[in-house]
Ligand binder design. Structure first.
Ligand SMILES: [Zn+2]
Length: 314
């Protein structure tokens, strides 16, 4: 058994719990060299999981909208909000013609900022897999954006197809160096360089076995939330009560229940599994970089607009 002093020394060196526990974060201009670990558990799966995550004020909530037969309450609410906003936009265009008040400019800005907020609420798509950072002995999960994932996936695939080689073989694994550059969401780029020669992920075979036994279970980690959890997360984000919809009488949840008729989502696009490899169009990294803030709610814009309509009548 280790003495307390020895334990203390090890604890201080331990990277678990440092930045986000066992997740790998690739920071700007700090290249990370990793071995990709094969952590598939389900039949037909490869080493990664395609995931989509909503960030509600930094709170993560997984989105299942891309999975067949699954719906996502958050996605549905975003759709409802977008529809409401489109209506407001119409009213606004009309009012704009008969008014050049400061208020009009204010509404225009609010419509715009509401749009931006809704864009940020959309699920961000990533590819999650287990990695061993060179120099470490325990696995981490890397949630790679498409730009970092694609070259790794392509290398893996062509090695299998062209040479019949599995580059994830822990005794002869290809290390990848991932470098992130750029300052913001628009300019963020990833470059991924495979090592020229495969090597064992760790020198000690027993340690490799130990490591593989303790791989994070991705199925468990990325279990989709229950509907109740999704609703709770959305309500918390919006300040505990569901957002009332313009002109309603307590029927705020109507659109979402409608959209679940027959267990099928009608308000969102379901991305079939094989299309999961197409690059995401929305929000790669921005939730990590931007401070999330409360949305300019659709209701707020609507009430401004209503007030303006009233003043115009007078
Ligand atoms: Zn969703």
């Amino acid at each position: 058994m280790l003495t307390i002093e020895e334990l203390k020394a090890r604890v201080s060196k331990s990277k678990v719990g440092a930045s986000g526990g066992s997740f790998l974060k690739v920071e700007k201009n700090k290249p990370q060299t990793v071995y990709v670990l094969d952590g598939c558990y389900q039949p037909d799966e490869l080493f990664y999981k395609f995931i989509a995550t909503h960030f509600l004020n930094k709170k993560r909530i997984l989105c299942g909208a891309h999975e067949e037969g699954k719906t996502c309450y958050i996605c549905e609410q975003i759709t409802v909000q977008r529809e409401e906003l489109a209506k407001i936009q119409n009213d606004y265009e009309e009012i704009k013609r008969n008014s050049d008040d400061d208020e009009v400019e204010k509404i225009r800005e609010q419509i715009k900022s509401t749009e931006v907020t809704l864009d940020k609420l959309e699920a961000q798509r990533k590819y999650a897999f287990n990695v061993l950072v060179k120099g470490e002995e325990t696995a981490r999960i890397y949630e790679a954006p498409w730009l970092a994932f694609k070259p790794i996936h392509d290398t893996f695939r062509s090695a299998i197809e062209e040479w019949g080689v599995n580059i994830l073989d822990p005794s002869a694994s290809t290390a990848f160096t991932v470098t992130r550059t750029g300052d913001d969401f628009q300019s963020t780029k990833y470059s991924v360089a495979p090592a020229p020669r495969p090597t064992a992920i760790l020198e000690d075979k027993a340690k490799i076995e130990e490591l593989l036994k303790k791989l994070p279970d991705l199925d468990d980690k990325y279990k989709l939330p229950e509907l109740a959890d999704q609703v709770a997360a959305w309500n918390t984000y919006n300040g505990t009560t569901p957002p009332p919809i313009k002109g309603d009488n307590g029927s705020a949840n109507k659109p979402s229940s409608m959209s679940r008729i027959g267990g099928k989502a009608v308000t969102q696009t379901v991305i079939p599994k094989e299309e999961a490899l197409t690059p995401p169009t929305l929000g790669e990294e921005h939730a990590e970089q931007e401070t999330s803030r409360k949305p300019e709610s659709v209701t707020k814009v609507a009430s401004l607009l209503a007030r303006l309509k009233e003043t115009n009548k007078k």
